[in-house]
Ligand binder design. Structure first.
Ligand code: GLN
Length: 490
């Protein structure tokens, strides 16, 4: 079997037994990345660093304890600061920014022996659902519709990470999810993506978009692989005051738990108007799979869900307008000189930010402005609390919530991508869990009529990623998703 088709779990086994070396495994992925540049999945490739790390892992083989990711090459979303390696957040304003420090999440991965292949492309500052807002060009999905060679979007904002994993350029990748940026691209690319509970992974050294929503997570091709990755990434970090001081459970062990007797909630309000028949069928398949596995299906109500998108598109821009105020040409990246400081700020920000980022900064400063603060921002915070309360009520009668991940399969580059509202609607199923800070996973569960992957989402109680993983493993087993993208490293 080709080395680029191994899962993380398989790679770890073969590396441990000495059947393969990390240098071999890493080199295979480096070559695959070189051969798939047309996808534009990476902003920066780091082949030399990867090979150095791989050789260092090989040199210590058989000596001392092995990390859970010992020798496994990974792609890192270019939102995580990596010491000595350019980190751009997909923005022109950070072009050339080389962080003098490492994010906690990536530091955890390196501590556990992982190897870095490069920095994956993303929507600018993680704002988007299609990876077309990157200043470094759009990412192409490795998938194609049957009989149609038009390039499709990989989803966003972690589009480069998802495309890389689907195209076998990396067995796993980090992502971040503010309103769906791990789950939606995982669904579009036919892979698994987990966003843990807010506070599970440290945000330290991850470039901020909306601080009360941003959370790191993992992409891989199996549920087990995402469990291995998240176990490494997660954990308390005193450098992030919102990181939670709780032990990280053995997520892999949770995969073996039976779902017999689990109550799976189906939110009635999620059967949104105009939902496609295919998505509805997929959702019913998911229910049937759980029923067959001995779980109980219960109807639940999340009445404030209909306000979730509107709430998110007030809260997220408000926080982004504040977080992005630091990019002023003085301390980081791009500087466009002006006749005085104000002009320098204006020119730097005008040239440095793309249209979507500017739109959100404008919306954010508007909803935070003196005259509108109560009407929009405070109101949104109140509705957010109601949305969170809906979930805690629902979890009195169920253990997991099952929904589609996205309202459709991937769209073509250019299709609906010039309509911001149509784009925002893509997040309808993922945003509520983000607002409530809950863990969510997307599992590939079927194909639409044009042969594109569709995902099902499971949402769990706060800090109960174990049940989420157990449910996801059951879905994965029942769905038997074996389809592969048309563009793929051999
Ligand atoms: N698509 C959503 C947005 O554009 C979510 C992005 C994200 O989760 N980073 O804000």
């Amino acid at each position: 079997m080709s080395l680029t088709h191994l899962t993380i779990a398989e790679s770890v086994k073969k590396l441990e037994s000495g059947e393969i070396s990390s240098a071999e495994l890493t080199e295979a992925h480096v070559r695959a990345i070189e051969g798939a540049r047309a996808l534009n999945a990476f902003i920066v490739e780091t082949p030399e660093l990867a090979m150095d790390q791989a050789r260092a892992v090989d040199a210590r083989h058989g000596k001392g304890e092995r990390g859970v990711l010992e020798g496994v090459p990974l792609a890192i979303k270019d939102l995580f600061c990596t010491k000595g390696v350019q980190t751009t957040a997909g923005s022109k304003i950070l072009e050339g920014f080389v962080p003098p420090y490492e994010s906690t999440v990536t530091a955890n991965l390196w501590r556990d022996g992982a190897v870095m292949l490069g920095k994956a492309n993303l929507d600018e500052f993680a704002m988007g659902s299609s990876n077309i807002t990157s200043a470094y060009g759009p990412v192409e999905s490795p998938w194609r519709r049957q009989g149609d060679n038009r390039p499709l979007v990989p989803g966003g904002s972690s589009g480069g990470s998802a495309a890389a994993v689907a195209a076998r350029l990396a067995p796993g990748a980090t992502g971040t999810d503010t309103g769906g940026s791990i789950r939606q691209p995982a669904a579009f690319c036919g892979i698994v993506g987990i966003k843990p509970t807010y506070g599970r992974c440290s945000r330290w050294g991850t470039i901020a978009f909306a601080s009360s929503l941003d959370q790191a997570g993992a992409f891989a091709r199996t549920v087990e692989d995402t469990a291995i990755m998240l176990g490494s990434m997660a954990g308390y970090d005193p450098q992030d005051s919102t990181s939670i001081d709780l032990p990280v459970p053995d997520y892999r062990a949770a995969l073996g738990r039976s779902v017999k007797g689990l109550r799976i909630g189906i939110p009635k309000e999620y059967r949104v108007d105009g939902m496609s028949g295919e998505i509805d069928k997929l959702w019913r398949d998911g229910e049937a799979w759980f029923r067959d596995a001995g779980a109980e299906i219960v109807e639940i109500s999340l009445p404030h869900t209909r306000y979730a998108l509107a709430t998110y598109y007030i809260v997220a821009p408000a926080e982004c307008s504040s977080n992005l105020a630091r990019y002023d040409g003085v301390r980081y990246g791009l500087r466009v000189p002006g006749k005085d400081l104000t002009e320098q700020y204006e020119a730097t920000r005008a040239q440095g930010f793309g249209a979507e980022v500017k739109r959100r900064i404008l919306i954010g400063t508007y909803v935070l402005s003196a005259g509108y603060f109560d009407a929009y921002y405070i109101k949104a915070q109140k509705v957010r609390a109601l949305i969170a309360r809906d979930f805690s009520n629902a979890f009195k009668s169920c253990d997991l919530i099952l929904t589609p991940t996205a309202p459709s399969a991937a769209f073509a580059l250019g299709e609906k991508t010039d309509d911001p509202i149509a784009m925002y609607l893509n997040d309808v199923f993922t945003v509520p869990a983000s607002l409530a800070g809950l863990p969510g996973i997307s599992v590939p569960a079927g194909l639409d009529s044009s042969g594109l992957p569709l995902g099902l989402q499971l949402i769990g109680r706060p800090f109960d990623e174990e049940t989420v993983f157990a449910g996801a493993a059951a879905l994965e087993k029942a769905a038997v998703f074996t389809a592969v993208p048309q563009i793929m490293a051999v």
